[in-house]
Design a binder for this molecule. Structure first.
Ligand code: HMG
Ligand code: MG
Length: 297
């Protein structure tokens, strides 16, 4: 079986996870969570989002979270939806941002009040400046494998949006299974279509585990040459504008599989599990990671 020797894990728990929790954690608890993930060796942690706090109150105070974190040990991309978000990122001294659109218009409108075309026009207002200023830019594409409003999404559409994000200057593209409907054969279809526009080394998969297919999809994506995988500590997460979306693939479950297969990540599984347990206590609920549940003391 052809697999990469090393996988880069992007922990989106403090952003994608916490944005969907009904109880908002304090800035201090979010800082503690991010620090623990950085201490666990995660090379990329997404600490927060400069989106409208009216839309996603859980991400209010992301400036303070970012400012309290060490900047030299992990990449810390902040989610940015528009010029206003970019200005907040610049003012906070951020060096990596993540812009986000979708492969289906209906979802993008619910999520950002803009069609895909409109969202690209919004990004054009600041991506040139971001790149010229030396920022690293990730581009997320939601609903690559299915949309809660439109159903099937064709791989050619995902490829078209990929090309447009690459033209804007994105350094990396993350393919989102926002509502966790993908099956492994779709990894072949979508990754093959997208790989015409971006090198596999710049492609990430971002899989929500709603129907239990995320790890199978990761394995297929790795076989196809992808080596960047998004996950969320404890399996926290979802998307407030995707009905039925549950958490991302849990970082612990991903790590358990990768370690067992001898794939390098540089991440300490026990430390991630400890960070998730603390967040679970703060949220007052048991987190969905299977590894966490299997190793419950
Ligand atoms: P809008 O209402 O169309 O924006 O929202 P607007 O420009 O008309 O502004 C309305 C108000 O919001 C104004 O305030 C603005 O100042 C304020 P008011 O005058 O009413 O007091 N505003 C902002 N405030 C702070 N920061 C900003 C900002 N922009 C406007 N950046 C907008 C448009 C994009 C802002 C809104 O729809 C929004 O914030 N959406 C974000 C939704 C979100 O965060 N979704 C979850 C993240 S995406 C995701 O989870 C998917 C992913 O994980 C991949 C996957 O799984 O598929 C990435
Ligand atoms: Mg997501």
């Amino acid at each position: 079986m052809k697999l990469p020797a090393r996988v880069t894990i992007v922990d989106v728990g403090p952003r994608d996870g916490l944005q969907n929790e009904s109880a908002a954690l304090t800035v201090e608890d979010r800082v503690e969570f991010c620090r623990a993930l950085i201490d666990a060796g995660l090379p990329v942690v997404e600490p927060g989002a400069f989106v409208s706090p009216k839309w996603v109150p859980q991400m209010a105070g992301s400036e303070e979270v970012f400012k309290a974190l060490p900047k030299d040990r992990a990449r810390l991309p902040m989610l940015v939806p528009n010029r206003q978000g970019f200005d907040r990122a610049k003012a906070a001294g951020v060096s990596a941002i993540a812009i986000f659109t979708a492969a289906s218009d209906s979802f993008n409108r619910k999520n950002t009040n803009a069609s895909i075309d409109e969202s690209i026009r919004r990004f054009e207002e600041f991506t040139g400046e971001a790149k010229a200023g030396g920022m690293w830019v990730r581009g997320y594409i939601s609903t690559c494998f299915g949309c809660p409003y439109e159903g099937k999404v064709v791989p050619a559409k995902v490829a078209e949006v990929t090309r447009r994000l690459i033209d804007l200057g994105c350094d990396e593209i993350s393919l989102g299974d926002t509502i966790g409907v993908a099956v492994p054969s779709q990894m072949d279809e979508v990754i093959e279509a997208v790989a015409r526009h971006v090198e596999l080394s710049r492609l990430a998969v971002h899989l929500h585990d709603t129907r239990g297919t995320a790890l199978a999809n990761v394995l297929r994506a790795l076989q196809l040459g992808v080596s960047i995988v998004d996950s969320s500590a404890g399996g926290l997460g979802g998307c407030p504008y995707a009905p039925g979306a549950s958490g991302n693939l849990a970082t612990e479950d991903l790590l358990y599989m990768l370690q067992g297969m001898g794939i390098e990540t540089g991440v300490d599984l026990a430390k991630v599990a400890a960070a998730s347990r603390r967040v679970g206590e703060r949220l007052g609920r048991e987190l969905p990671s299977r590894y966490l549940r299997a190793t419950k003391r």
